[in-house]
Each structure stands twice: as C-alpha cells, then as structure tokens.
Design a binder for this molecule. Structure first.
Ligand SMILES: O=C(O)c1cccc(C(=O)CC[C@H]2O[C@@H](n3cnc4c(=O)[nH]cnc43)[C@H](O)[C@@H]2O)c1
Length: 188
C-alpha cells in the first residue's frame, strides 16, 4: 500500500515486460478509496480525469504549497481524456480528480481543506500517483478507477464497506475490459 510501493511495483512490471519484448499499452490503477460526498457514495465507482499527489509539498505560514508551486516538478497526471469518458460511460461512474495521499484523511477539517484545494476531487486513495509516475517514465498511458469503501472525513472504521466496494469494482471491470480492448491510444 502507498505511492512508493505502487511506483516501484509498477516500474518493475513495466521494465520486465519491455525487456521481454511484450510492453504494456496501458496501466490501470484500481482499488478501493475514500469518496467525497455527495458525488462519490460508498459502493459507487469513480474514474480519474486527473491523478493528483495531494500532500506532496510543504507546509508554510500561508498553508500548503505543492512541489509544483515550489518549482520542483509536477503533482498531477492526466489519463487520456477519450478513454476516461469511454470508461466512465461504460461503468456509469462520474469522472473527476482522484487524490493520492500518504496519510488517510481522518477529520472533517482535512476533508474540507482537500476539497477546497481540489474542487473537482471525487476520491482519495494511496497509490494512483505512484502508478502514474512509473507509467509516465515508460511513456505508457494510465487510468485510475476507484470503488468507494468509505467517506472521506472523520475516522470511522465501522462505516467501511470494503466487500461492497470490491463487488462494485468487480462488476465495473466486467464492463471495462471490452472498452480497454477496443481503445486505441493513437485515436486520441
Ligand atoms: O485505519 C484507518 O483509519 C485506515 C484508514 C484508511 C485506510 C486504511 C487502510 O488500511 C486501507 C488503505 C488502502 O485502501 C485505500 N483507501 C481506502 N479508503 C481510503 C481513504 O479514505 N483514504 C485513502 N486511502 C484509502 C488506499 O488506496 C489503500 O490501498 C486504514
């Protein structure tokens, strides 16, 4: 779990496939995540139109400043817009930013701060940006799909619905596969 392991694992898999002469055409980061209400309810799916490293930066007297604003690189990746639309339509999911965090949000204040900074955010999880960084290094497009297991907000383990989220993800993948198989990145 987490962006570092996700990046290392993805980079290893992409490198091995390339060395074997069977490179990947697309990387999909998928799993459970926290949903920002009211758009992303527990048990629903979301598709990322942006994958954003939401806590990669510095705390300052003026609040959080991202590494991009500090001049150190990018905190966002954009999956192919046509693929995001096709997948969102196929699985009946809204599209919006999915935030990658290293610390799970556990308070209403933190949830509100994230939404204020990222008004299009639908969900947060812990791997997408790491996966996207590895994919970008290899020049491979990336997609992120999250099934909502809990609301983003005050910590409440009793409210987690991991089986429901995994069932939604499984059902979504059944509809996703034909879209992925027919998608051609060069049609973008
Ligand atoms: O004990 C806790 O309070 C706690 C809170 C959030 C997540 C965990 C985990 O052990 C699972 C992390 C795992 O699941 C994804 N995930 C699911 N919901 C969220 C969330 O609200 N914020 C961030 N990540 C979430 C994440 O991608 C990890 O793979 C324990």
């Amino acid at each position: 779990m987490g962006p570092a392991l996700a990046a290392a694992s993805t980079a290893s898999a992409l490198t091995a496939a390339a060395l074997e002469g069977t490179p990947y055409d697309l990387v999909v980061s998928a799993g459970i995540g926290g949903g920002f209400l009211p758009e992303a309810r527990v048990g629903s799916l979301v598709v990322a139109d942006e994958i954003v490293a939401a806590d990669l930066g510095a705390e300052t007297d003026d609040g959080f400043v991202s590494v991009t604003e500090l001049g150190f690189g990018s905190v966002r990746h954009q999956p192919p817009a046509d693929l995001v639309r096709l997948v969102g339509d196929a699985v009946g999911a809204p599209t919006g930013a999915v935030l990658t965090v290293s610390t799970v949000t556990g308070t209403a204040e933190r949830a509100a701060a994230l939404r204020e900074r990222h008004p299009t955010a639908l969900a947060e999880a812990m791997e997408g940006f790491g996966v996207a960084e590895a994919a970008a290094v290899h020049g491979v497009p990336v997609l992120e799909v999250r099934a909502i297991s809990n609301p983003v907000g005050p910590r409440d383990r009793a409210a987690w619905r991991i089986p429901d989220a995994l069932a939604a993800l499984t059902e979504g993948f059944g509809k996703l596969v034909p879209v992925l198989e027919s998608w051609n990145r060069h049609d973008q």
